[in-house]
Design a protein around this ligand. Structure first.
Ligand code: HEM
Length: 503
């Protein structure tokens, strides 16, 4: 019986592989047969070799051309001229997400992972006003308060000889900002910047989730199995998961209180301008406003609002602190606008006018990529024509910011940090076309304006004349440069982080 069962399984899998290679709608596309035959090929690179498939994809593009099949269900295109055809606005075409993307990480129901175009729009729309330019300008006083909080925490350490983890500090900074937008209860409780070590658990939990994506995507049912294990046992096995639980609970409590407030409970002292008060009171259908779904939305916003922004600030800081001339020029540029900080806080619009500051941010985003992984999109209704290839409706096709940002023909010496390439007069149309840190189209980054405002302000505060005197401590380029693609890029896994002393 066992032999018969094994033979039946073998036959079944051979059938699947033959279908994938010869009869699937993707069979005609170029690429490695192994990648086309089985998802284990990608799993090997991304799980076993820890986030390395993107570099294999890069090699495959060199070998097979600009359009390739990267697994049984998905295509990758490397051609900046075609980016705007894959990542389209809703006025041009409906765009579904690829349902296998990040499957199994238990955030189903948040708008980021909502497959259907129309439902994604309905879930995203009520969030948009908070992150529009106008929305961000209203947040200016709060951004300044958090920036001042970070600065004063750093100043407390002046001369202490204590080595601080700047990457933790920046995660605490961006985490507090998005936390205040989403869940602020007005009491100031639970703020990451208050922690003496800048809440390393918050940084760790985000990185633990990100690193588990390849495993959970390959075995989406793991999360169901985990949900059967009592929480106390899981926390015993992984004590650092505590932070995640605290946040899940904080999100749920806040949403529950916001719900009871809208039902007329006058006892609540919540900050009624929080994003989730707005959502709970919006005209979203009741089914969309369940505590469970909104808590997942909150967790994704908290994670998304923390990781890339913090990483980019850390990336920029590394180069500012290791290039004295760059630092001196930046200080000179910031002298006037920051002369009365914190009494007078420069607006984001003012900071946007500073060419070197903005060039540093752009170059940091170019080299830290935001989301490095290919971002698959599906056109559910119509086919997409790429040169001689017709991509049928329903097929996932992705492109990667890494492949665009590292094109040596567009960005000479692509691995080098050269902010001057973004100065007026140096920017070519090809650079603008290839530069996509926030993605494009109807599923682009929701928090783009917030991220730009945050990064502009904190870099201005930290690197203005008379700002805190940092000195990097045993940190080199390998502590910031990408070595692994876990959706977001991570530096070498043995890094001790971006560390500094405050003189
Ligand atoms: C330097 C900072 C940031 C970068 C480079 C960045 C980049 C990106 C990219 C490339 C995407 C597309 C992901 C995909 O297609 O799966 C994205 C989506 C998203 N980002 Fe950001 N992000 C940043 C900061 C933020 C911040 C501060 C927030 C806070 C609200 C945020 C919230 C989101 C959300 C909610 C989505 C999903 C949008 C959707 O599916 O409609 N991001 N981000």
């Amino acid at each position: 019986m066992i032999i018969l069962f094994l033979a039946a399984c073998l036959l079944y899998y051979c059938g699947i592989i033959i279908h994938r290679l010869y009869f699937s709608p993707l069979a005609k596309f170029p690429g490695s047969k192994l990648a086309a035959a089985t998802g284990w090929y990608e799993f090997y690179y991304d799980y076993w070799l820890e986030g390395k498939y993107l570099w294999e994809i890069e090699k495959m593009h060199k070998k097979y051309g600009p359009i390739i099949r990267v697994n049984p269900d998905e295509l990758s295109i490397r051609d900046a001229d075609f980016y705007n055809e894959v990542y389209v606005t809703e006025s041009k075409r409906r765009t579904n997400a690829h349902d296998l993307f990040c499957k199994g990480i238990d955030f189903d129901g948040c708008h980021l992972l909502t497959t259907d175009h129309d439902l994604h729009r309905r879930r995203r729309k009520p969030l948009e006003p908070f992150f529009s330019r106008l929305g961000i300008s209203r947040l200016q006083p709060m951004l300044a308060e958090v920036a001042l909080h970070l600065e004063s925490r750093i100043r407390e350490l002046k001369g202490s000889n204590k080595v601080i983890r700047l990457d933790h500090a920046f995660s605490a900074f961006s985490g507090d900002i998005i936390g205040r937008i989403c869940l602020d209860d007005g009491t100031g409780s639970g703020r990451f910047l208050d922690d003496p070590d800048f809440s390393p658990e918050w940084y760790d939990v985000i990185h633990a989730i990100v690193r588990s994506i390849p495993l959970f995507t390959q075995f989406p049912s793991i999360i169901r199995v985990l949900s059967l294990i009592p929480e106390s046992v899981l926390l015993w096995a992984y004590p650092r998961g505590q932070m995640f639980n605290i946040f899940k609970q904080r999100a749920k409590d806040h949403i529950r209180r916001a719900m009871s407030k809208t039902k007329g409970d006058k006892l609540s002292h919540e900050n009624e301008s929080s994003l989730f008060h707005h959502i709970v009171a919006s005209d979203m259908p009741e089914s969309e406003r369940s505590e469970e779904r909104l808590a997942k939305e909150a967790q994704v916003l908290l994670g998304g609002g923390t990781a890339s922004t913090a990483r980019t600030i850390g990336f920029a800081s590394f180069y500012i602190l290791t290039q004295p001339e760059l630092r001196a020029n930046l200080e000179a540029e910031l002298r006037d606008v920051m002369s009365d900080w914190p009494t007078r806080v420069p607006t984001w619009t003012t900071l946007e006018q500073l060419p070197l500051l903005q060039a540093i941010i752009k170059e940091s985003l170019r080299l830290s990529y935001g989301v490095m992984h290919r971002l698959p999109r599906v056109s559910p209704d119509v086919s997409i024509q790429y040169k001689g290839y017709t991509i049928p409706p329903g097929v996932a096709v992705g492109m990667s910011a890494y492949l665009q940002h590292s094109d040596a023909e567009v960005f000479p010496s692509p691995d080098k940090f050269i902010p001057e390439r973004w100065f007026a007069g140096n920017v070519t149309p090809a650079m603008n076309k290839s530069y996509v840190p926030f993605c494009r189209g109807s599923r682009n980054c929701l928090g783009m304006n917030l991220a730009m405002a945050e990064m502009s302000l904190i870099l201005a505060v930290l690197y203005r004349p008379n700002g805190p005197e940092f000195e990097l401590f045993e940190t080199d380029e390998s502590d910031v440069k990408q070595a692994h693609d876990f959706l977001i890029p991570l530096p070498k896994l043995t890094t001790k982080g971006v560390r500094a002393l405050v003189r």
